[in-house]
Structure formats: structure tokens, C-alpha cells
Design a protein around this ligand. Structure first.
Ligand code: PEP
Ligand code: MN
Length: 338
């Protein structure tokens, strides 16, 4: 950490602050500049409470050098994390495609969708069995029955099942059926849930909260990693802004930014990110162009009659055409995409 002192701090006060920094287990290096003096505190700043130095009257600010997240940071692990489950590969130059309905509705619906998205090139099947709905009166999902139908669809197609778990006491049950545990945007800061999925031996797809900063997003991932689960996929799904032309605002710069900060793979959800079916295909292409390690897309055989998120859901034909175009972009960037 760098401790910046106010102008005209006396040598006595500088010594006092340096001594305090050393008492916390750091080495204090005083750097005297023409305008002001700073103290570089060397040591593992993440373990110590160096922020308390800010309480000295003469301290203007304390600047961290290392990221607050540790295991997620590229400072700790430079090479990209590659998440593999069945044929779904995400990260390190592999673009993984996950597709399926917002909600599981019936065996026929989920199996038909699974076959269609597999034929188009998807390797993961999404589908909510436990649905986090804004209104308590909206369809809440088929629950365990829906999980069973997802397992049937996996048996029929070999696709890896990605589905949401909403509460710590369902983790064991959902993990019995799912290949990837999804943490929804609304639960990104449900720390007990993050810790619970961190103890499971299945990859976690962590969605960004609509109002979460990048640092909060990475610290949420850190909760999972800290429990020993190293297979975390970050998913940008749009944030809440003043804009109303889309359901959320989808910041694609999150992809290159996160790639600079973390080794974890980053995927995009253009369905929730836009809320409009017509905007989904171009944002799929843009996601790949921005370097995303994958996309998760809502696809339904009959979008108009989908039980949830109909307006942002595309049909299998549009999905297949979109993936064909995505492949052109992936090839141009030397990325692997099936
Ligand atoms: C979903 O993927 O179905 C979902 C509810 O997404 P989010 O948590 O991003 O709103
Ligand atoms: Mn949805």
C-alpha cells in the first residue's frame, strides 16, 4: 500500500506513522518528494488492516497496490482458468455456448429445445427449475420436477445442464441433477449461498448483480473460490441504468476489463442483458468479438408462448443462424468454437 501524507507533514509525524506501519508487520519506506511525502508499506496488505493508518490526521489517503480479491486475481494466477464439463469448454481460447429456455416447462419442451440447440452447436443446456421472479405471483418454476426433466434432456443429448440454485439448503439437491450451478444476479451477494456452492465439486456460473461494481463481482467470486471451488465462470448479464430502451444495459467492456483483472472465464448473457429478442443475435456476435469465453442464450421452440422472458427469447432457427455468424468471428480471432 502507498500511504500519501498531507503537504507539510513534519518529520516527527512521518516517523510516528512509519513506526505504526511497522508495528502492523510491514516495512515502511519513506519517499520524500518535492510536493509531498509518501510511505510505501511493503508486506501482504490483504491480510493486514492497513486502512487504519487512514485515521492519522496527517494521512491524506491509503492506496492499495494489490487487488482486494486474491484467488480470483491475475496477480495470483496468470494463466486463464478453463472450465470443462462434459463437452462444454469455457476459457483459455475456447468459446462455450449454453442455450435453452428461461424456464423448464415440460419434458417435451426441454428435450425438443435441447436437441435443437445441440444441433446448432451448443454444448450446454440452460433452463430454470427454481426461478427468481420479481413478482411472487409469477411462475416460480417446476422445482425438483424441472431438475429431473433437465437430467432427462442431458441423457437424450449429452449437453451439460446449467441451472440456478437460489438457496443454500437446495445446493445439495440441485447439484445432484446439474453439471453447472448458476447463481442468479439477485443472489450475487448472498454470501452464504456463495460459500455453499464453493464447497461443491461442480462449476459455478456466477451472474453479475444488476447494481454490483466489478470489484463487488470479483469479491463474490472470491467467496466461492475461497471455499475450494476453483471452477467459477463469470457472467455479465447487464446492469441497471437510466436507460429504458433495453431491459438492462449490457456493458461489453466488462469482458476485456475482467480479462485484465482475473484468470476466470467471462461469458455474456445477451438475453437478460437486452430483454429484446431482436437485439440478442447482434449482441452474441459482439460478445465473441469482445473476447467473451462464451454466451448463454435463451432459446425456446415457441418464444411467444414461453412461460417466462418471452420477449427476449429467440427460436432455434434464429439461434442456429446466429451461431453460424459467431463461428466466423471466432475463427477470425483464432478462438475455438464448435
Ligand atoms: C436466468 O438466467 O434465468 C436469470 C434469472 O438470470 P439473472 O439472474 O441474470 O436475472
Ligand atoms: Mn430468463
Amino acid at each position: 500500500m502507498i500511504v500519501v501524507l498531507k503537504p507539510n507533514t513534519t518529520p516527527e509525524v512521518i516517523s510516528e506513522i512509519s513506526a505504526h506501519i511497522e508495528s502492523l508487520g510491514f516495512k515502511a519506506h519513506v519517499i520524500v518528494g518535492t510536493e509531498r511525502t509518501v510511505i510505501a508499506a511493503a508486506g501482504d496488505e490483504r491480510k493486514k488492516q492497513l486502512e487504519q493508518v487512514e485515521s492519522f490526521e496527517a494521512v491524506e489517503k491509503v492506496l492499495p497496490i494489490l487487488a482486494a480479491y486474491k484467488i480470483a486475481s491475475k496477480e495470483t494466477k496468470a494463466e486463464p482458468t478453463v472450465v470443462k464439463v462434459l463437452d462444454l469448454v469455457i476459457g483459455g481460447g475456447n468459446v462455450g455456448v449454453i442455450a435453452g429456455p428461461c424456464s423448464v416447462e415440460s419434458e417435451e419442451q426441454i428435450v425438443e429445445t435441447a436437441r435443437a440447440v445441440k444441433a446448432a452447436g451448443a454444448k450446454g443446456l440452460r433452463g430454470g427449475a427454481f426461478k427468481p421472479r420479481t413478482s411472487p405471483y409469477a411462475f416460480q418454476g417446476m422445482k425438483e420436477e424441472g431438475l429431473k426433466l433437465l437430467a432427462t434432456a442431458r441423457q437424450e443429448t449429452g449437453l451439460a445442464v446449467v441451472t440456478e440454485v437460489m438457496t443454500p439448503h437446495h445446493v445439495e439437491m440441485v447439484a445432484r441433477y446439474a453439471d453447472v450451478l448458476q447463481i442468479g444476479a439477485r443472489n450475487m451477494q448472498n454470501y452464504h449461498l456463495l460459500q455453499a456452492v464453493g464447497e461443491v465439486d461442480k462449476p459455478v456460473l456466477l451472474k453479475r448483480g444488476p447494481s454490483a461494481s466489478m470489484e463487488e463481482f470479483l469479491l463474490a467470486a472470491e467467496y466461492v473460490l475461497d471455499q475450494g471451488n476453483k471452477n467459477v465462470i463469470l457472467c455479465e448479464r447487464g446492469i441497471r441504468t437510466f436507460e429504458t430502451h433495453t431491459r438492462f444495459t449490457l456493458p461489453l467492456a466488462s469482458v476485456p476489463y475482467l480479462h485484465e483483472k482475473t484468470h476466470l472465464p467471462v461469458i455474456i448473457d445477451p438475453s437478460h442483458g437486452t430483454g429484446k429478442a431482436s437485439l440478442v443475435p447482434p449482441m452474441c456476435l459482439a460478445s465473441i468479438a469482445a473476447g467473451a469465453d462464451g454466451i448463454i442464450v435463451e432459446v425456446h421452440p415457441d418464444p411467444a408462448n414461453a412461460a417466462s422472458d418471452a420477449a427476449q427469447t429467440i427460436n432455434p432457427k434464429v439461434f442456429a443462424d446466429t451461431l453460424e455468424k459467431c463461428r466466423v468471428i471466432a475463427n477470425a480471432l483464432n478462438l475455438k468454437m464448435n
